[in-house]
Design a protein around this ligand. Structure first.
Ligand SMILES: Nc1ncnc2c1ncn2[C@@H]1O[C@H](COP(=O)(O)OP(=O)(O)OP(=O)(O)O)[C@@H](O)[C@H]1O
Ligand SMILES: [Mg+2]
Length: 384
C-alpha cells in the first residue's frame, strides 16, 4: 500500500517525523501511548521512572538493538513473556508504522506497515537516529569495542552491504575459533583453518575498508565541530588501527591473510582469532595525543559530542533525510557554551530529550515542544 519506506525516503528532501510510540510490557511500562508529534519532546521526571526506557525503545526501533544491553529478555517487563514497540511515523507525506514484537525465547519480529519482514535488519535506515547520552563519553575513554560499536552502528544504518558482511564475518570468526579450539586437542587439521582464514581475510578486509573511509569522513567533520566549541585551539585526528598501518597495506585482503597465517601458531595457542576487524580500534587523538589517555573528562565529553554530531551529519547526508536526535540526560554535564551549541543543533531536527530538570531547557522555543512527565512507568502529558 505504502511501498517500502526505504525506497520512499531517497526521493525528495527527506521529510521524516515520528508521531506516536506505543509500548507494551517494555521495561517498566505495562502499556504506554506517547504523542511525539511535536518537534521537540521533553521527557522529564525523577530518577528511575522510565525516561531512558523510552529512549531505548526509540533507539531499538531505529537500530534493531538496545543501546544498554545485548540481552533482549531484559527488555521484557518483569513477570511478562513478551513486549511490543510500535512507532507511527510520517515519511515524505506517507503515514507509516514500524513495529518490533518479541516473545521470550523466540526471535524478534519486525513489521513495517503491518507486513512481517524476513529480517530484522530491514528496519535499518527507516528511522535514522543519533543518540547522545552521558555514556557517549565511552566512545572516547572506553575500550576499543565501544568505538567498533559506534562505527558499526553508523555503517549498518547507511549501508546494507556492510551489515551483511559484518554478520558473515562474525559467523566466520565463530566457526574459525571452534576449529582453533579443536586443534588444541588434536581434533582438527590445519587445512580446515586455510578455508576459514581465506574467508575471514576477504570479508574482514571489506569491513576494514569501510571503517577506514568512515574514520576519514568523521575526522574532517569533527574538526569543524570542535572548532566551534573550543575557540579553534584543538585539533582532532582519527586513525583506524588494524593489523598493519593503513598506508603500508599494498595487496588488500592478501596482506591480512598473510598476517593471519604468519601468526597461526599464536592463534592455535590462544584458541582465538587475533587479527581482523573484530580486534581493531579507532584511535582518537587531540592535538596529537591519545584522547583516551591524555584528555580531561571535559575534553573527552566535547570529543564525544563532536563525534555524535559528526555521525549525525554523515548519516543525514548519506540517507538524504534528517535524523531523529535522542538526547538522554546530557544537559547537566555540559558547560554553558556546549549547552548553547546543543540547543542550536536541536533547532531544525526532531528531538527527544530526557531530563530530571525541566528548567534546564527554558531556552528552547516554546512553540513546538511537548512536555511529557514520566512517573513509575506512567506517562503524564502536558502539551503546551
Ligand atoms: N525489565 C524490566 N521490568 C520492569 N522494570 C524495569 C525493567 N528494566 C528496568 N526496569 C525499571 O525501570 C526503571 C529505570 O528506568 P530508566 O532507566 O528509564 O530510568 P530514568 O527515568 O531514565 O532514570 P535516571 O534519571 O536515573 O536516568 C528502574 O526502576 C528499573 O528497575
Ligand atoms: Mg535515565
Amino acid at each position: 500500500m505504502f511501498g517500502s519506506p526505504v525506497e520512499v525516503k531517497r526521493q525528495d528532501g527527506g521529510f521524516l517525523r515520528i508521531k506516536r510510540l506505543y509500548l507494551k510490557n517494555f521495561r517498566n511500562y505495562s502499556e504506554a501511548d506517547i504523542d511525539f508529534s511535536y518537534s521537540t519532546s521533553l521527557i522529564y521526571g525523577d530518577n528511575a521512572q522510565g525516561k531512558t526506557n523510552i529512549i531505548e525503545a526509540l533507539f531499538m526501533i531505529s537500530t534493531g538493538k538496545s543501546h544498554r544491553t545485548n540481552n533482549v529478555n531484559e527488555l521484557i517487563k518483569h513477570g511478562k513473556n513478551h513486549f511490543r514497540v510500535l512507532l507511527d511515523f510520517e515519511d515524505n507525506g506517507y503515514d507509516q508504522n514500524i513495529e518490533i514484537r518479541y516473545i521470550k525465547g523466540k526471535r524478534k519480529e519486525l513489521f513495517i506497515n503491518g507486513v512481517k519482514k524476513d529480517k530484522i535488519s530491514d528496519m535499518l535506515g527507516v528511522i535514522p537516529s543519533v543518540l547522545f547520552s552521558p555514556e557517549s563519553i565511552l566512545y572516547v575513554k572506553g575500550s576499543p569495542g565501544e568505538r567498533r560499536r559506534i562505527m558499526d552502528i553508523v555503517l549498518c544504518q547507511v549501508k546494507k552491504d556492510y551489515l551483511i558482511n559484518l554478520q558473515r564475518y562474525n559467523r566466520i570468526i565463530k566457526n574459525k575459533n571452534i576449529v582453533l579450539k579443536q586443534m588444541q586437542i588434536g581434533r582438527s587439521e590445519e587445512k580446515q583453518l586455510d578455508v576459514w582464514d581465506e574467508e575471514a581475510s576477504m570479508t574482514g578486509f571489506k569491513i576494514i575498508k569501510e571503517r577506514q573511509m568512515l574514520t576519514e569522513e568523521l575526522e574532517s567533520r569533527m574538526n569543524g565541530i570542535i572548532k566551534g566549541i573550543s575557540e579553534g585551539k584543538e585539533r582532532i585526528s582519527i586513525k583506524y588501527k588494524t593489523f598493519k598501518e593503513i598506508d603500508k597495506i599494498q595487496n588488500g585482503h592478501k596482506d591480512l591473510l598473510e598476517t593471519i597465517i604468519n601468526n597461526r601458531e599464536k592463534e592455535i595457542e590462544t584458541g582465538s582469532s587475533i587479527y581482523g576487524p573484530h580486534r581493531d580500534d579507532m584511535e582518537i587523538l587531540l592535538n596529537g595525543k591519545n584522547a583516551r589517555m591524555f584528555c580531561s573528562q571535559g575534553q573527552q565529553r566535547s570529543i564525544a559530542l563532536s563525534l555524535c554530531v559528526a555521525v549525525m551529519g554523515l548519516m543525514e547526508e548519506k540517507l538524504g533525510k534528517k535524523t531523529l536526535l535522542l538526547l538522554d540526560d546530557v544537559m547537566s554535564e555540559l558547560d554553558e557554551k556546549r549547552q548553547k551549541f546543543l540547543l542550536e543543533l536541536i533547532g531544525n531536527r526532531q528531538t527527544v530529550i530526557t531530563t530530571t530538570e525541566k528548567t534546564k531547557y527554558n531556552a528552547l522555543s516554546q512553540n513546538n515542544i511537548s512536555f511529557i512527565k514520566v512517573s513509575s512507568g506512567k506517562i503524564i502529558e502536558e502539551n503546551a
